[in-house]
Design a protein around this ligand. Structure first.
Ligand code: NAD
Length: 261
């Protein structure tokens, strides 16, 4: 059978997609022909304008649905409101950096809820729809920190390792259905989340911005280059293609060699 990359007729729900990697993934899936549902916890005219721009640029249906991914019911309601979910991209995520003994309980709970539990809730709501429609793709945006650790990121790394475990479990539970579940593990991608870490890192290390980028952030990324949101979107599109129909329960690193070290 010929391999197709077209996603026409599919609907993709991408959590946390009004900026950064989520938005990059939404655009690439729309470029491949998928209708897209964008999401974040805000509900501003700009959020809806982003969806309108995607609809215009790619000639697909694009909607924005507000839902707070720290709220279990809201996660499940997002999938219900989407009405259809052939491709689920669990991308919403936040970060907080502190030594484990100083790590605030509120930050720990928020990171586990948004970065890990939300993927459980949306997946639980989406898998029955995928089974009913006879096709599905669950794509979890984990991290190189889903496979390795760094100091001061206990909640984030615990959540991302959890996402990898959740991915494998969902893959086994859907293995005999035409559904796959995989995790993309990015290294450093230059997005608002990464930008927001730079001032803290400058303070911690007493370095200027350039030094932090080269010597701290990209210290473990052998390519010495940030990955791009388009590359994340391209990887997600590949995972949705027929070529990837037998790829399930695994991780794809897009990390400039980080996890080869
Ligand atoms: P970002 O801050 O640009 O995007 C995060 C998205 O999540 C935003 O759209 C934000 O609105 C949304 N979000 C945050 N809290 C939310 C909530 N409660 N409910 C709904 N949406 C919420 O950051 P990013 O770098 O694009 O990160 C996207 C994902 O990629 C995250 O899961 C992150 O852990 C992962 N990641 C990023 C990098 C990187 O280098 N940027 C590396 C590895 C993994």
């Amino acid at each position: 059978m010929a391999i197709t990359m077209s996603l026409e007729g599919k609907t993709a729900v991408i959590t946390g997609s009004n900026s950064g990697i989520g938005l990059g993934v939404a655009k690439e899936l729309a470029r491949a022909g998928a209708d897209v549902v964008l999401n974040s916890f805000t509900d501003s005219p700009e959020d809806h304008a982003i969806a309108a721009e995607i609809a215009q640029e790619f000639g697909v249906t694009a909607r924005y649905i507000q839902a707070d991914m720290s709220d279990a019911e809201a996660c499940r309601a997002l999938i219900d409101k989407a009405g259809r979910c052939d491709i689920l991209v669990n991308n919403a995520g936040i970060q907080h950096v502190a030594p484990v003994e100083d790590f605030s309980i509120d930050k720990w709970n928020a990171i586990i809820a948004i970065n890990l539990s939300s993927a459980f809730h949306t997946t639980a709501a989406a898998v029955p729809m995928m089974r009913a429609n006879g096709w599905g793709r669950v794509i979890n945006i984990a991290s190189a920190h889903g496979l390795t650790a760094s100091p001061y990121k206990s909640a984030y790394i615990a959540a991302k390792h959890g996402v990898v475990g959740l991915t494998k479990t969902v893959a086994l539970e859907t293995a005999e259905d035409p559904i796959t579940a995989n995790a993309i593990c990015p290294g450093y991608v230059l997005t608002p989340l990464v930008e927001s870490q730079i001032p803290d890192q400058m303070k911690t290390h007493g370095m200027d911005r350039d030094q932090v980028v080269r010597e701290v952030m990209l210290a473990r990324q052998p390519s010495k280059d940030f990955a791009t949101v388009e590359q994340m979107g391209g990887t997600a599109t590949f995972l949705c293609s027929d070529a990837a129909a037998q790829i399930t329960g695994t991780t794809i690193s897009v990390d400039g060699g980080w996890t080869a070290l």
